[in-house]
Design a protein around this ligand. Structure first.
Ligand code: GSH
Length: 315
């Protein structure tokens, strides 16, 4: 991680843990918003007006949080407005690295070798972890935001002035229900699989495992009435948040993170739902199973010999 702008120690997967050995995720540092007119958003400062070719996303295909932002960029048809660079899937001693792995790129804007360099460009005295996604502003050469939940929401609305940009993923009449279900899915699934995987006590693992499968069971039931998406016919940001975990489930969480009561394939409604979202225009390009497997199985603390499983080869 970075301490006062300098990279310290080898990269470690566990960010922090509580007294019971439960994994705790770091909170994000840059919380500014792109808005239609450059006025400040819900948090942070203003000055980030929606403009073509001004912003760039740095992502990892392995990362579910970064993948949310990639999906929304596709769903909102923003691919010609906002560029993307994908990092290598394996975490190095200095965190995310650019270039070399098939499907990854080098940094076209700043010539950085590691993502942590973007953080020190944005704030030379920064302390904290250098996470993806990073939403970069080419004009002021800084990080607008590194919290995927914010990025998903700002991309849903900020570029409305550029024509019809796909479905409203956060419609006002569903906002409260979306916020509620987002929170449940984040705590009991998106983050809980990591809590199972990185648990350092049996109790912490058991608790996380139970939350993961109770949540999957409830979602499997919810989809039993044949609805296309979580709230019916309309795709929302909650579907994006659920999809990114489901699509990694059999490839990474089931094996490496020991979330192995049931595979996704054994939950027919959730499996069909995942494939339905995967078939939406542009979404398959945001999912790279090779990166997902190579990335998760490169975490030495969980897989010291670095063997990458051959399967599964499809979702
Ligand atoms: N709150 C962040 C979390 C992002 C996050 O944890 N990204 C992970 C990859 S999945 C990361 O970059 N980890 C590197 C590290 O922790 O050093 C978000 O949702 O945007």
């Amino acid at each position: 991680m970075l301490v006062n702008g300098v990279w310290k120690e080898n990269w470690q997967p566990v960010q922090a843990q509580d007294a019971q050995g439960r994994f705790i995720r770091q909170t994000s540092t840059f919380r500014n918003w792109i808005t239609a007119d450059g006025s400040p958003g819900v948090t942070g400062t203003g000055g980030f007006r929606a403009e073509k070719d001004r912003y760039h996303l740095y992502v990892a295909y392995i990362c579910p949080w970064a993948s949310r932002t990639l999906m929304v960029r596709q769903l909102k048809q923003l691919t010609d407005l906002i560029g993307v660079t994908v990092v290598n899937p394996q975490l190095t001693d200095q965190g995310w690295r650019f270039g070399g792995y098939p499907g990854a790129g080098s940094d076209p804007l700043n010539g950085a070798a590691y993502v942590h360099e973007l953080y020190t460009l944005a704030d030379p005295a920064i302390s904290g972890r250098a996470t993806v996604p990073v939403l970069w502003d080419k004009e002021t050469r800084t990080i607008v935001n590194n919290e995927s939940a914010d990025i998903v929401r700002m991309l849903n609305s900020a570029f409305a002035g550029f024509g019809d940009r796909g479905p409203d993923l956060y419609p006002a009449d569903l906002a409260e229900q979306i916020d509620d279900l987002n929170e449940q899915i984040y705590s009991n699934l998106n983050n809980a699989v990591y809590q199972a995987g990185f648990a350092t006590t049996q109790q912490a693992y058991d608790e996380a495992f139970d939350r993961v499968f109770a949540t999957l069971d409830a979602l499997e039931d919810r989809l039993a009435d044949g609805r296309r998406f979580l709230f019916g016919e309309r795709l929302t940001e909650t579907d994006v948040r659920l999809f990114v975990t489901l699509v990694r489930f059999d490839a990474a969480y089931q094996g490496l993170f020991k979330c192995n009561r049931t595979t996704l394939r054994e939950m027919p409604n959730l499996h069909a739902y995942t494939r339905r979202i995967l078939s939406l225009e542009g979404i398959a390009e945001t999912v790279n199973l090779n990166h997902i497997k190579a990335g998760y199985y490169s975490i030495k603390a969980l897989n010291p010999n670095g063997i990458v499983p051959a399967g599964p080869q499809e979702i």
